[in-house]
Design a protein around this ligand. Sequence first.
Ligand code: GRF
Length: 186
Amino acid sequence: KKITILVSGSGTNLQRIIDCIEANEIQNAKINLVVADRECFGLERAAKHQIDNVLIPRGKAFSDELDKIIPKDTDLIILAGFLSILKSDFCQKWDKKMINIHPSLLPKFGGKGMWGHHVHEAVIEAKEKESGATVHYVTSGVDEGDIILQGKVALDEKETAESLAQKIHLVEYEIFPKAINKVLNP
Ligand code: GRF
């Protein structure tokens, strides 16, 4: 099955997916394209593994440009630390064929503005005892699609946004490959 991966950042989740495919821990998968919405290390990771990669600058035209270049035989789009919001007609076109990872236990701490450290700061501020990561289908409502898999972490008393982000990344590396396998090979 052919997967296109969208990234905005350092791409450690992208790296994990590449490694799992190479180790056959994610089966039956080939990355046909990596797309970034800004200059980021994710593009370099793709290039290092000879994976086609392209930058489409973020902005209003992003979804339309992506629609033009994405290979027609793509089976699944994976948002792996991707920060732009996709147009709703694009989301409808890829309904049940597009998944995202979000660093909280959705439906808690999701939605617009809940990105990166904002999420972790809000979780700490709310004195939550636990947080985690969620892999879910993408719909036009931000962070609202059906949940595929979640992983939890406990918060320490001295938790900071940085320490929580680190812990949650580790959980992401566990649940993302599992969720991808579940979707690709039901
Ligand atoms: C992850 O924590 C993801 O949940 C969030 O952005 C981060 C991406 O990290 N949306 P990386 O680029 O995969 O290292």
